[in-house]
Write a protein that binds this ligand. Structure first.
Ligand code: KIV
Ligand code: NA
Length: 245
């Protein structure tokens, strides 16, 4: 599973065999330049969901419910999840939290909307968590497992586990019937997810420990733009082949 925020990359990742694409609120950071996922709105995310759906042929498209679009209760969650499906064309939604959001999960499932949960490091709660830290150490691990079981009972069809010890990732994965999707949760999760700009090395510099850069797109793109600028300045581009008469 990978994130995607636009039609073109959705097509590339879908063709590459991604089973599911998440239009995550990480788009706040990756696309919009926000300092966190907290400011992201439905108005910003829905057009990205629509773009990803248009670019995708086979992958399941999951849309994040941004911060503040479901915390008020089941009715608010339903209104916004319906927008992701009707306006965006998504097939499922994801929201953060455990026992606190069970009424929301139940309402969405009752309405026929597939729901993915998200536990561990939940970036929408970054101000309460006090930063990007590994979650679920010690007794917090037992509570996280209870949250995961509650999400499963409420009808969630998968749970993202972010930044938890590998041993907890394993424990939750063997305890649930629904699949876990890990990001910094060790190798024993049923699936893995990564932000595509991290995978592709479009992000550079310090990254969480779980990021593996499979390409170096920032360098490739920078080189291309640099060569283009140089050739334009030297009038080596455009050549005859690029020119209409
Ligand atoms: O918004 C997002 O990209 C996510 C994943 C990192 C799980 O929630
Ligand atoms: Na997210």
């Amino acid at each position: 599973m990978l994130t995607s925020y636009d039609a073109l990359t959705a097509g590339v990742l879908d063709q590459a065999g991604a089973r599911a694409l998440l239009v995550g609120d990480t788009s706040g950071e990756m696309v919009l330049g926000d300092p966190s996922t907290v400011p992201v709105t439905m108005e910003q995310l829905v057009p990205m969901v629509r773009a990803v759906v248009r670019g995708t042929r086979t992958a399941l498209v999951v849309a994040d419910l941004p911060f503040g679009t479901y915390q008020s209760g089941p009715r608010q969650a339903l209104v916004n999840a319906v927008r992701h499906l009707k306006e965006g064309g998504a097939q499922a939604v994801k929201l953060e939290g455990g026992r606190a959001v069970i009424p929301q999960v139940s309402a969405l499932v009752a309405a026929g909307i597939p729901v993915v949960g998200h536990l561990g490091l939940t970036p929408q709660s970054i101000h309460a968590l006090g930063g990007h830290r590994v979650q679920g150490r010690g007794g917090a691990g037992d509570r996280l497992l209870e949250d995961a079981l509650a999400l499963e009972r409420a009808g969630a069809f998968a749970v993202v586990l972010e930044a938890v010890p590998a041993e907890l990732g394993r424990r939750v994965s063997v305890s649930l019937r629904i699949p876990t999707v890990g990001i910094g949760a060790g190798p024993d999760c049923d699936a893995q997810i990564m932000v595509w700009q991290d995978l592709a090395g479009l992000t550079t510099g310090r990254a969480p420990r779980f990021v593996k850069r499979y390409a170096h797109l920032a360098g490739t793109l920078g080189d291309a733009a640099d060569r283009y600028a140089g050739e334009v300045a030297a009038v080596r581009y455009p050549e005859r082949a690029h020119t209409s008469v």
